[in-house]
Design a protein around this ligand. Structure first.
Ligand SMILES: [Zn+2]
Ligand SMILES: [Zn+2]
Length: 412
């Protein structure tokens, strides 16, 4: 019987993997100019980490986590998102002692047990960044400016950024109370899920995707009417900085985010080309999280971008590497003579391909397939003369080159 990959988890094959690599390097390159450094955390964490950070009543913890016991009976979970792990590592290594400001970027797979569909898989890849130790709105704005630069560097110009503020510990409780009051009389009209979650996590009702619930919450109280002065001020400053940074955005007081730890700034990056799963990135501020997880009272703000969806927005750029040099070698003597030339070319960064045997005709077929720009032919005759025949594939033009001059000729 053939063994296949697990449902909702797919392989990344060439040439897609090459496109991914290009996008990841772009992110690394741009993030670096903002001072971000990479952090790599384990894919598996104690279940408790996500229960305490993402929140017991969040959709993720309630029904989407891959949780299992290890051989000693410890409950482990495949990370469903990146922030909790980064904050756990940040506290564990006491990074705040080394520098009050930490800028950490991550790249890796996350896992959620959801119904797979276009733009949603059970193993999905995220690129994320976390800026810890800064309370000021400039941090929120800088992250969004960095994201905007990343997207436009990939030629994506039709996304829209929507921002909101979720309030803080001082003002959010009043809002939650108002929402609960609003829901009270009409709860029976909501879907079963919403009825269940209304008293424990009323914000999730506002996040419900079902049409009937959306209609019912259309005139629900808005968070912006409940912001305290400090939240107002923070929001105004973020907005002003985004305008100054020429980042286009839309204010959307309906953004609530399904994760418990957000406070103040919350944002989503959407693109209509993605269909129903239209968020390609999201994030926000999480000032209480480090403390909640046992660290000092350090603020934080971050984002994550979904790689699968991001890739759907980028046209596959045919990277027909036109400078491949292909070696068509006949006989072991030719192979031995050319091996050091091939090594030298690769050491200079040149992509070198060869057929590992076969007739000249079949070797040329392979050369063609590889997209080679030049083919170096060496057979018995050439070995005797000490010269190779170099053929330009585009024009068919051929020339003889002394073995000793090959590297130089092929690297111009
Ligand atoms: Zn507030
Ligand atoms: Zn609902």
């Amino acid at each position: 019987m053939k063994i296949t990959a697990i449902k909702g988890m797919s392989d990344l094959l060439p040439p897609q993997s090459t496109h991914w690599e290009r996008v990841e390097s772009k992110a690394r390159e741009i993030f670096k100019t903002y001072g971000f450094q990479e952090i790599r955390t384990p894919i598996v964490e104690p279940t408790e980490l996500f229960v305490r950070s993402v929140g017991e009543t969040s959709a993720i913890v309630e029904k989407e986590m891959y949780t299992f016991e290890d051989r000693k009976g410890t409950s482990l979970t495949l990370r469903p998102e990146g922030t909790a792990s980064v904050v756990r590592a940040y506290i564990e290594a006491a990074l705040y002692y080394k520098d009050p400001v930490a800028k950490l970027a991550y790249f890796g797979p996350m896992f959620r047990y959801e119904q797979p569909q276009k733009g949603r898989s059970r193993q999905f890849f995220q690129i994320g960044a976390e800026l810890l130790g800064v309370q000021e709105p400039m941090a929120d704005a800088e992250l969004l400016i960095m994201l905007e630069q990343f997207f436009s560097s990939l030629g994506i110009t039709d996304t829209r950024l929507e921002i909101n503020s979720l309030g803080c510990k001082a003002c959010r409780p009043k809002y939650l109370e108002a929402i609960q009051k609003f829901l009270k009389g009409k709860l029976s009209k909501f879907c079963a899920d919403c009825q269940k979650r209304s008293d424990r996590n009323p914000l999730r009702v506002l996040d419900c995707k079902k049409e009937e619930c959306r209609t019912l919450t259309a005139d629900a109280p808005m968070i912006n009417d409940f912001w305290c002065e400090a939240c107002h001020q923070h929001y105004r400053e973020v907005r002003g900085l985004l305008l100054a940074g020429h980042v286009k955005f839309k204010e959307n007081p309906r953004i609530v985010r399904g994760l418990d730890y957000y406070c103040r700034t919350a944002f989503e990056i959407l693109c209509d080309r993605l269909g129903s799963q239209n968020a390609v990135g999201a994030g926000g501020r999480y000032d209480g999280l480090v403390k909640d997880l046992g660290g000092p009272d350090v603020p934080g703000v971050g984002f994550a971008v979904g790689m699968e969806r991001l890739m759907m927005l980028i046209p596959d750029i045919e990277e027909r590497t036109s400078d491949i040099v292909f070696f068509a070698l006949l006989g072991s003597e030719a192979q031995q003579k050319m091996l050091s030339v091939m090594q030298e070319l690769r050491a200079k960064g040149k992509q070198v391909e060869c057929a590992y045997g076969g007739s000249l005709k079949s070797q040329f077929r392979r050369a063609d397939k590889s997209g080679a720009a030049q083919v170096v032919v060496v057979g018995e005759n050439e070995v005797q003369k000490g010269t190779a025949v170099v053929k330009k594939m585009s024009s068919g033009e051929q020339r003889e080159v002394l073995f000793g001059r090959l590297v130089e000729e092929l690297t111009v």
